[in-house]
Design a protein around this ligand. Sequence first.
Ligand SMILES: Cc1cc2nc3c(=O)[nH]c(=O)nc-3n(C[C@H](O)[C@H](O)[C@H](O)COP(=O)(O)OP(=O)(O)OC[C@H]3O[C@@H](n4cnc5c(N)ncnc54)[C@H](O)[C@@H]3O)c2cc1C
Length: 468
Amino acid sequence: MNNFLDLCRAAIGAPYVITNEADMAPYLTDWRRRFTGRAQAILRPGSVEEVAALVKLCSEARVPVVPQGGNTGLVLGSVPDDSGREVVLSLGRMNRIRAVDVINNTMTVDAGCILAQIQNAAAEAGRLFPLSLGAEGSCTIGGNLSTNAGGTGVLRYGNTRELCLGLEVVTPQGEIWNGLRGLRKDNTGYDLRDLFIGAEGTLGIITGAVIKLFPQPKAQLTALAAMQTTDNALALLTLAQQRCGATLTGFELMSQFCLELVAKHYPQMQLPFPQPYPQYVLLELSDSESEEHAMETLESLITSALEEDVIQDAVVAGSIAQSRALWDLREHITLAQADEGKNIKHDVSVPISRIGDFIRETDASLAEQFPGIQMVTFGHLGDGNLHYNVSPPVGVPADEFINRQHEVNQVVHDSVNSYNGSISAEHGLGALKREEVKQYKSDVEMRLMRTIKQALDPLQLMNPGKVL
Ligand SMILES: Cc1cc2nc3c(=O)[nH]c(=O)nc-3n(C[C@H](O)[C@H](O)[C@H](O)COP(=O)(O)OP(=O)(O)OC[C@H]3O[C@@H](n4cnc5c(N)ncnc54)[C@H](O)[C@@H]3O)c2cc1C
């Protein structure tokens, strides 16, 4: 073992092979602090050649490798198990923007670049990189690609998969695959890039990527609309897509109960309507013409929706501060639910058209089995992705409720499955949902996944115990 670590030191320099317990600690615990693993060492290579050299050494010594970016993943994918055999390979030192091509609308980046750093570099070049999520100050593009992260711009720009044109990958054998092609059209065989995206580090290590850039919008407008039902929210989505086309960049659903929780725990944040309504939608428009054009489009949409009785009331933010205040309501739901006490979270997706039925049917099943259960339902309605979270019935101790998490998950995920949905819309499987997913994927699908893993990583050294 020591010989292996000495070879790693020779390959990347002794300061970048961390074995001291205190210095290793931040790499060993997951973001939610639910699990702390053990590792032989944290390896911090500074180039793709160094990654390749380390992976070769790991292969020769049969040492399992856990790739890690910002360690903000939410499914225990980026931390080692408790065997102490694994090494964490942290991409943090590889944080160079390699090239920007404003005509091709692409940027070539190291995998360890922080997402916010990439957004800023795009803005400096007069372009937009539209991936945006709560962890953007610390997650890396390598992690975003490996989890196929979603975020707030999926409705208009797609998931991270849709934002990537090319990859550079170190294979489990320690070879470098340079697929850094900035092409929008390339039908020359199997799309290897798509295999590595969303693989959660189980097929190889992403070391670089060519990502897509877009023109900066001239104006961004936010509105909050109030309505009676989730079916009204879906009708508003259809109307908004007809009226606004590609300018519609955000469409977030929130129930009254969610916003009551926010108002209770953050009294400075109040709803801008004189009376409560059962459901709300936060809309965002990004317009490439002008502020006036965006305002005209939004006002015309709201007028039609009011006339057709799809919505009962609406406000349009008149300033950046007002827009921020509306987004704050949305972004404080998770915090307010946490302030209220322990709860059970689900990150699910169903076909957009079925969301109303899914919520009605699953709410009813849960209420029957867990009387008084409190639903905290919100999410990216425009993507068919819901944060379908549940809090304990009033008066039931949180720990007693959490002990029944397995039963609650079974009801929710069985229902998701009956709608042909996904039990993990955004965060992946990691070690957390690895077993549960087997109930919902067919034998054929599981076998195909295992066949791919076996072909690329026959020694099973790439993030073992994750996904499969
Ligand atoms: C506050 C908060 C908000 C979030 N919001 C969202 C959201 O809106 N949408 C969403 O999809 N996710 C969200 N997440 C989850 C998380 O931020 C994303 O999954 C993110 O993409 C992970 O990036 P990371 O660099 O932190 O990866 P890590 O957590 O380090 O790793 C995640 C997985 O990818 C693998 N990996 C990392 N880097 C590489 C690499 N270079 N090569 C191969 N494998 C690699 C790891 O082994 C692990 O399996 C949120 C998390 C937090 C804490």
